[in-house]
Design a protein. Sequence first.
Length: 295
Amino acid sequence: MTAKVMKGATPRAQRDRRNKRLRASISYLILYATALVMSVPVIWMILSSLKSEPTYTQYPPVIIPDPVLWENYIHAFTWIPFLRYAWNSTFLATVFSLLTVFTSAMVGFAFARLEAPGKGKLFGIVISLLMVPGIVTIIPQFVIFAKLGLTNSYWPWFLWGISASPFHIFLFRQFFTGIPKELEDAAEVDGAAPFRIFWQIFLPNAKAALATSFILNFVGVWGDWLAPVIYLDDAKTTLAVKLATPTYSNPGDPTGQILVTLTLAAAVIYTIPPVIMFFIAQKNIMEGIVTTGLK
């Protein structure tokens, strides 16, 4: 009887394995196809950055550059003050990210571990701010900063960083909720105050959330075009704004030829820092995304 059951179950198990492999193959096929489609603009940008202007404007389009002009990347550094604007972007994104991560982590810790009247309602208000589009607050914020004399400076980003971010408050709150309470109780027995518990226990155990929050904030400021255009002049603006400005064959003369391939070469260089940061912190980012909100 047992032998008959095993013989009858074997084809079914084999069929289940085949179906599982088929589903996995279809899933990977869809993922590879999606990745290929999404990478086409990036591949086209890289290939076009190595072309000459006549080759780029040729019709039908030439896919493979011939000749390959690596000097486009050299000219991208020298045609505009590339390093100066890159430093502006790096400084602004780094300071903003550090401030936002620290203040959001503190608020998230308070919501996760400290008890206070109305804490749940206050957290609901913070979460509701996620539904407010950022475009709605642009004009009121600009009016406030203009009246305070803080335009054409980096103070708006510093104040935004100090005020924390609703999304990152939620991220840290969910992450800190999953940390065992025994660690906190042991610290309280030793006489540790809430800030010391936050600084010496919770932050060291939140590397995944810290990396995730920092990368998201950094990329957001690094790629932002609208705020620098509104608040900063040409000397203090970021690399994103300069790359969105046409590069002419005669600098400062808008009647000259627009050097598209030179702009594309600068855009390729522009994308390298966020990509490097992502691959360095990829493990922590994925861990932070997966574990956030899980006990």
